[in-house]
Ligand binder design. Structure first.
Ligand SMILES: [Ca+2]
Ligand SMILES: [Ca+2]
Ligand SMILES: [Ca+2]
Ligand SMILES: [Ca+2]
Length: 242
C-alpha cells in the first residue's frame, strides 16, 4: 500500500485559504456571505448561519368553480363568490334578493284609504309572488285585482280611475271604474305586462286613485302618465332590477 502524503495535503489547504483571504465582492475583510469568519490564528472557522426556517407551505386547494375561493370555505359552490351586486356579503349566485340584505314581504291589500278608496287586493308577477327580480328593461306579465269604493267623496257623478305604476316613475296600468255606485266596493281582475326600469335597484309599484274623466283625459296635468303627479305609496309590489 502506498503511504498517504498528509504533508502535501496541508500545504495545498494553506494555499487555498490564503487565496480566499481577499474577497473581491467588497465584504469586510474575512467576512463572507456564506457564514465563514476569520480565525485569529489565520485559519478560517465555519459557523452555521441562520437560514430560513423550514415551514409547511400550503398546497393548492380545491376550487371547483374557479372563483379563487377554496371549496371548503366557498360560500356559493358553482357560482363566483366575488360577485355581490348589493354588497350584502351573500354572493349573487346564492342571493335571493339582489337589492338589499332581505327579500321584502309586501302584504296585501294595499289601500289608498279615504272616502274614495282604491286598493290592490291581489298582485302576481308571472303567476308568482308580488316581489320579483328582473334584468334592466325586461318585460314581465302580471295579474291583479283592483278594487274601488266610493263613499260619497263629494263628486257623486265623477268618473273614478285606479292608476298603477312605479313609485316616482311611470304609470303602466289604469283601471277605469266609470261612475261607480256609492258605498259599494267594485272589483276588476286584470292582466298586463310591465317593463322593468333600466336603473339597477329596487323599484316599488304603487297605486293612486284619480278623477280625471277617464284614464287618458288630461283632466289636469299628467306626469309620466299619472294624473297630476307620480305617487310614492301605497306599495303593492316591488321589482329588483339587477
Ligand atoms: Ca371556489
Ligand atoms: Ca363559489
Ligand atoms: Ca348579495
Ligand atoms: Ca341580497
Amino acid at each position: 500500500m502506498r503511504p498517504r502524503r498528509a504533508g502535501l495535503c496541508l500545504v495545498g489547504l494553506a494555499a487555498t485559504l490564503a487565496a480566499c483571504a481577499f474577497d473581491p465582492s467588497g465584504l469586510p475583510p474575512g467576512g463572507s456571505s456564506d457564514g465563514r469568519l476569520p480565525d485569529p490564528d489565520g485559519a478560517v472557522a465555519t459557523i452555521d448561519a441562520p437560514g430560513p426556517l423550514p415551514i409547511d407551505a400550503p398546497g393548492p386547494c380545491g376550487d371547483d368553480d374557479n372563483d379563487t375561493v377554496c371549496n371548503d370555505v366557498d360560500r356559493c359552490p358553482g357560482s363566483d363568490d366575488r360577485r355581490d351586486a348589493d354588497s350584502d356579503g351573500t354572493p349573487d349566485g346564492c342571493d335571493d334578493w339582489d337589492c338589499g340584505p332581505t327579500r321584502p314581504t309586501i302584504g296585501l291589500p294595499a289601500s289608498t284609504g279615504g272616502n274614495l278608496n282604491a286598493s290592490i287586493e291581489l298582485w302576481s308577477f308571472n303567476f308568482g309572488p308580488n316581489v320579483i327580480e328582473l334584468a334592466p328593461g325586461a318585460t314581465v306579465g302580471f295579474g291583479d285585482t283592483v278594487a274601488l269604493r266610493d263613499d260619497n267623496n263629494g263628486c257623486g257623478n265623477c268618473n273614478d280611475q285606479v292608476e298603477v305604476g312605479f313609485a316616482g316613475g311611470a304609470r303602466f296600468q289604469c283601471v277605469d271604474f266609470g261612475n261607480p255606485q256609492q258605498g259599494v266596493t267594485q272589483r276588476q281582475l286584470r292582466t298586463g305586462t310591465v317593463t322593468a326600469p333600466s336603473a339597477p335597484g329596487r323599484h316599488d309599484v304603487v297605486i293612486k286613485v284619480a278623477q280625471a274623466g277617464n284614464c287618458n283625459s288630461d283632466g289636469g296635468s299628467r306626469v309620466n302618465g299619472w294624473w297630476q303627479s307620480a305617487p310614492t305609496a301605497p306599495i303593492v309590489a316591488a321589482v329588483c332590477v339587477r
